[in-house]
Design a protein around this ligand. Structure first.
Ligand code: HEM
Ligand SMILES: CC(C)=CCC/C(C)=C/CC/C(C)=C/COP(=O)(O)OP(=O)(O)O
Length: 302
């Protein structure tokens, strides 16, 4: 039988698919990956049996609360999302999911995730993860995003938290090493996002959001991307300089960092939307590979 396309009668599988997409699965996968690296780096050598249990619970809990934050963002921004090509397909933007459905989904994910963290990990990780939820879903989405072009710089602090959450899960405290990884993601976020904002400027203008290319123009944004990539490169040397990571990591950080700087400089000097898109995707590969290098380095014999 042909399925109806009305919102309330969507077939179950596509309804689940709609809810799943609200969790911004691919962004959250990288967030969880960074949290897992934070967990691995928090303990010397391979995890013991009990530590595996904590790792699985912390991964599930952080995943669920991050998904809840993303769904809450979709709920708050349904009108804005409807105005932008990139996001108009979301079920919330199309009115295919009611406010009550989306809110219940977000609250349920957040509650289950928080309970897992509380009972199977530790209260500190639960509170830090919940603070991250509030940082993204409320402080960034509701307050900063419509207010200032520095929205993603300040709001990026919540996206940078995953290694701290992972570290806290295994150690029960927040160490300077975890803060260093947090700093790296914090500095990575502006070039990551502004590369996208450059080729999506019209979308953001139409939606009335004060993103940097809208308020300060493309040239200023490109310059900021160059500055951030160089500062990021310097910050990524710190794990080696502080003895936290070894030569393998250092080589990876320098090669990846120089490649990111080269993208930023090329973007600045010979701009095209196509290259801005490439730079955005490179930023995702950059962070994934940098964190993979931290992990490999951690397990290499000294
Ligand atoms: C406030 C901070 C951040 C902002 C404003 C931001 C912005 C964005 C936007 C707008 C997209 C959508 C691209 C599209 O679908 O066209 C995106 C994609 C992505 N972001 Fe971020 N991001 C932030 C932080 C992060 C963090 C912390 C991570 C991971 C650690 C991350 C990982 C990703 C990934 C993997 C994608 C690709 C998603 C896909 O494949 O569709 N982002 N980001
Ligand atoms: C608990 C925990 C670890 C929470 C993590 C918070 C989180 C999901 C951060 C990711 C940041 C993100 C999806 C930004 C997208 O920007 P946007 O919302 O401006 O993008 P949009 O225009 O696609 O909605």
């Amino acid at each position: 039988m042909a399925s109806t396309s009305t919102a309330t009668h969507a077939p179950m599988s596509s309804r689940w698919q709609q809810f799943y997409q609200l969790t911004k699965p691919r962004v959250v996968q990288l967030i969880v990956f960074c949290a897992v690296i934070g967990m691995a780096l928090a303990i010397p050598g391979l995890p013991s049996g009990a530590q595996w249990g904590v790792i699985v619970a912390a991964t599930a809990g952080i995943w669920l609360v991050a998904g809840a934050a993303a769904a809450f963002n979709c709920l708050v921004e349904e009108k804005i999302d409807a105005k932008m090509k990139r996001t108009a397909w979301r079920a919330t933007a199309k009115g295919q999911l009611s406010h009550a459905q989306t809110l219940s989904f977000s609250v349920a994910l957040c509650a289950v995730g928080s309970a897992i963290l509380w009972f199977y990990v530790n209260p500190l990780t639960m509170w830090l993860t919940f603070a991250t939820f509030v940082g993204y879903a409320v402080i960034y989405t509701v307050i900063l995003k419509p207010l200032t072009p520095q929205n993603i710089v300040i709001g990026g602090a919540s996206g940078a938290m995953p290694p701290v959450l992972g570290w806290a899960a295994l150690r029960g405290e927040v160490g300077p090493e975890a803060m260093l990884l947090c700093l790296i993601i914090f500095l990575w976020t502006p070039p990551h996002f502004w590369a996208l904002a450059l080729y999506r400027t019209e979308d953001y203008r139409k939606a009335g959001l004060p993103m940097l290319p809208v308020t300060h123009g493309a040239d200023y944004t490109k310059l900021q991307i160059v500055l951030y990539t160089w500062i990021l490169l310097a910050a990524t040397l710190l794990p080696f300089l502080t003895g936290m990571s070894g030569w393998f990591y250092l080589i990876a950080a320098v090669v990846l960092g120089l490649a990111f700087c080269a993208h930023a400089i090329k973007l600045w000097r010979h701009y095209s939307d196509e290259f801005a898109r490439k730079t955005f995707w490179f930023s995702i590969w950059y962070l994934s590979l940098l964190f993979a290098a931290l992990l490999i380095d951690h397990y290499l014999p000294a």
